[in-house]
Design a protein. Structure first.
Length: 19
């Protein structure tokens, strides 16, 4: 898996949890 893509998914997931 592309690590850059995984990093973007992680940022989106964390932003979703914090909203």
């Amino acid at each position: 898996m592309n690590s850059v893509f995984f990093g973007i998914l992680l940022k989106v997931f964390l932003a979703y949890l914090q909203s």
